[in-house]
Design a protein around this ligand. Structure first.
Ligand SMILES: NC(=O)c1ccc[n+]([C@@H]2O[C@H](COP(=O)([O-])OP(=O)(O)OC[C@H]3O[C@@H](n4cnc5c(N)ncnc54)[C@H](O)[C@@H]3O)[C@@H](O)[C@H]2O)c1
Length: 267
């Protein structure tokens, strides 16, 4: 159902790979709410993913950009402003990748070369993205920048490995850059800490199925779906949340505030 909450707004959505991606659902909802968007992902994801299909569905230009490459980001923002006809109003960072997780290296036997890559793709990219927006003056006053994160930044989930530190860094960048964007440009920056969700990145974590069920039982409202996450993002891109900034916002059915849910003990 559309409430036209993003009428006349323009945005850029990073990270839609296939129809399971959280960014895919968010992109669909943004257009449903009246926004014009461009979509972006790494060149390799454009070859193997289904983002072109989403682009056609949403009438959105797909612009390749590897988030670790500055020239790619420069091109992405310039091209997006050209295609959309001016500065943007919102940007979503929905990107995560860990080589140590993917290659099943134990946390106690991390390969640091890969860890650097993980931080670069999953966290530093958020700073790079914001710095590019800032320097190019690519976002309108009262715009909104969001990134997706996970509660492993605050608590230990052993199989999440180095992604925990990536998310801690990502959330810190939101606070630090949120200050500069706030005072200089009246733009807000937040992270959404989402429930476990079945996607390519999510399912890459060891024991994800069991963990998904555990979180679902622990949360009074159950796990939040990707569709519910999309709804929440719409509210944060809209003008109804103009004074919310520098926050890490839990979107997890209550999981983050639970100590024990007896349901979990029932097996
Ligand atoms: N799935 C979950 O359980 C869950 C829970 C909380 C937070 N998140 C976060 O949500 C975000 C989206 O993940 P998802 O679960 O939708 O999985 P996904 O695999 O669909 O999305 C990850 C995206 O990152 C992109 N990416 C990887 N390397 C890139 C690069 N160098 N340049 C540009 N893009 C690159 C991938 O192509 C992909 O589109 C991530 O930040 C993830 O950590 C996921």
């Amino acid at each position: 159902m559309s409430n036209n909450l993003l009428a006349n707004k323009k945005g850029i959505i990073f990270g839609a790979l296939d129809d399971k991606s959280i960014a895919w659902k968010i992109a669909e909802r943004c257009v449903e709410e009246g926004a014009s968007i461009t979509l972006t992902n790494a060149p390799v994801a454009l070859r193997f993913g289904k983002i072109q299909q989403l682009g056609e569905q949403l009438n959105a230009e797909v612009i390749p950009a590897d988030v670790t490459v500055q020239e790619d980001l420069d091109h992405l923002f310039e091209k997006s402003m050209e295609v959309l006809g001016g500065k943007v109003d919102f940007v979503l960072h929905s990107i995560g990748m860990s080589l140590n997780v993917r290659k099943k290296r134990a946390y106690t036997d991390i390969k640091y070369e890969w860890m650097h890559k993980t931080f670069d793709i999953s966290a530093i990219s958020f700073h790079r993205m914001m710095q590019t927006i800032y320097k190019k003056d690519a976002i309108n006053d009262w715009g909104s920048i969001l990134a997706l994160t996970y509660i492993a930044a605050q608590r230990t989930f052993p199989d999440y490995s180095e992604m925990a530190e990536s998310k801690a860094l990502l959330e810190s960048f939101a606070r630090s850059f949120g200050y500069h964007f706030g005072v200089e440009k009246k733009v807000r920056v937040n992270t959404i800490s989402q429930s476990p969700t079945f996607t390519t990145a999510g399912s890459g974590v060891k024991g994800f199925d069991k963990f998904f069920d555990y979180a679902d039982k622990m949360s009074p409202l159950g796990n939040a779906s990707a569709e519910a996450c999309a709804d929440y993002c719409i509210s944060l891109f809209s003008d109804l949340t103009k004074m919310v900034t520098m926050q890490n916002l839990f979107h997890d059915g209550g999981f983050s505030k639970m100590g024990l849910n007896p349901t979990v003990l029932e097996g």
